[in-house]
Design a protein around this ligand. Structure first.
Ligand code: UD1
Length: 418
């Protein structure tokens, strides 16, 4: 177990090359078993979630190797269709494996998933969608037993645009007989990336990025070499950190169009932002101004995965800001920790009312989930005095070398064993 000791009031200045997207890589790793040929995924982030996904692939019988920043997957010898409970509990994305395991082995046994504790996070849409593709699913003792000898295309309407359910259905439909149409599909960039990855393997998918996705089943997929998209949430986190500390930052390896919703809010807080090609430049405002409302929505709305970091920013912005979390019902665990640091926040159901103070101050706080942990780290760097952050493993799940990057930008952070 490690904790962070952060001495605050340092500016985050400098350059960051943004990591590859965690949420793109995880489903792509799951989809790698759709073929028995070699798959190379370039510039994979070395983060705990990816390492756990690799453990799952190895458990299924794949040979997975790192070659520098790339991952090479050989699943020709994969034979198991079962994800052990201990691995499934560590990673919510294990549920995304259901679709690809069914496509490859026509049966699957997977325990209910773990991941961040940020709400109820049901999997009913995954189960309904797969059932419509002719998969028989039974649940017993927290484990799902699935049989899919004869996967058949179908028209599937999702009650809400779930990212994971959309990805799972795509992976189950890509080798099924006939055509599948997903209506009210999630439109996140990571779904477009999954489509592009599978199509490069010979799949026939179109429409990703819109709310209707068409999948025409094919007999076989071939090997592929693929570089997934940059991480829009990591990019956003560093922009917010620099804004909170009065810094100036240049990000490279960005897809600006993926974070317009954040850029608009940072401009509202009076930061200066420019972008060209894959670069984004931010110069912080002298004094951040409050943001009228930030309401999380499915893409292209404001991402729930940047809510905690922006909430952290508004704690030191002049005036009152309103945050509304529409996606996950209990995604405010960082609020109690920020209040310990002097923030003035009131939460009523899904709404947080934040009255900005001049500065937060250091104290002992705990990271309860990945993005909430990142939000606390940003708060700590901007605060007066020393902040101790425990349970930092949450941050390591999704950010590659975040503390080293922050130190290279000027933060004073020590990682200590406890
Ligand atoms: C993915 C992301 C996560 C992000 C989230 C929303 C990955 C690995 N994770 O999570 O970082 O915060 O999208 O952008 O890509 N829902 C149901 N039934 C279901 C599935 C979902 O009701 O079967 C609900 C959820 O409770 C939630 C909403 O749908 O309220 C969105 O969840 P979903 O899009 O599925 O999130 P994940 O795929 O788990």
């Amino acid at each position: 177990m490690e904790k962070l000791l952060v001495k605050g009031k340092t500016k985050l200045n400098g350059k960051v090359c943004v990591q590859t997207s965690k949420n793109a890589v995880l489903p792509i790793l799951a989809a790698s078993i759709l073929t028995d040929k070699e798959v190379i995924i370039k510039k994979c982030p070395k983060i705990i979630d990816v390492l756990n996904m690799i453990r799952i692939l190895k458990e299924l019988g794949c040979i997975v190797q790192w070659e520098g920043e790339n991952i090479i997957i050989d699943s020709s010898g994969a034979s198991k269709s079962e994800i052990p409970q201990n691995l499934a509990k560590e990673l919510r994305s294990s549920i995304f494996m259901l679709g690809s395991i069914l496509s490859r082995f026509h049966k699957a046994k997977v325990a209910y998933p773990g991941g961040c504790d940020i709400g109820i996070r049901p999997i009913d849409l995954h189960i309904k969608g797969l059932s419509m593709l002719n998969v028989k699913i039974e649940e017993s003792g927290g484990t799902l037993y699935c049989e899919g000898k004869d996967l058949k295309g179908a028209v599937i309407h999702l009650d809400c645009p779930s990212v994971g359910a959309t990805e799972n259905i795509i992976m189950a439909a890509v080798l099924a007989k006939g055509e599948t149409i997903i209506q009210n599909a999630a439109k996140e960039p990571e779904i477009v990336d999954l489509q592009n990855f599978i199509n490069k393997m010979g799949g026939k998918i179109s429409g990703a990025g819109s709310s209707i996705i068409h999948i025409t089943g094919v007999d076989k997929l071939h090997g592929v070499e693929y570089r997934p998209i940059p991480d829009r949430i990591a990019a956003g986190t560093y922009l917010i950190g620099s804004a909170m500390t009065g810094g100036s930052i240049e990000l490279s390896n960005c897809c600006t169009e993926h974070i317009y919703s954040l850029i608009t809010k940072l401009k509202e807080s009076t930061c200066k932002i420019d972008y060209i090609n894959d670069k984004i430049y931010l110069k912080a405002a002298k004094r951040l101004q409050s943001i009228h409302t930030i309401e999380t929505m499915p893409y292209p709305g404001f991402p729930t995965d940047l809510q905690a970091q922006m909430l952290s920013l508004t704690t030191i912005a002049k005036g009152t800001s309103i945050i509304i979390e529409n996606i996950f019902e209990t995604r405010y665990k960082h609020v109690a920790e920020l209040i310990k640091m002097g923030a003035k926040i009131t939460v009523r159901d899904r709404m947080a009312i934040v009255r900005g103070v001049k500065s937060l101050y250091g104290t002992q706080v705990c990271a309860h989930d990945l993005r909430g942990g990142a939000a606390l780290l940003l708060a700590a760097v901007s605060a007066e005095g020393v902040t101790e952050i425990s349970d930092v493993f949450h941050i390591d799940r999704g950010y590659e070398n975040m503390t080293d990057i922050m130190i290279s930008l000027g933060a004073d952070i020590k990682r200590v064993n406890i």
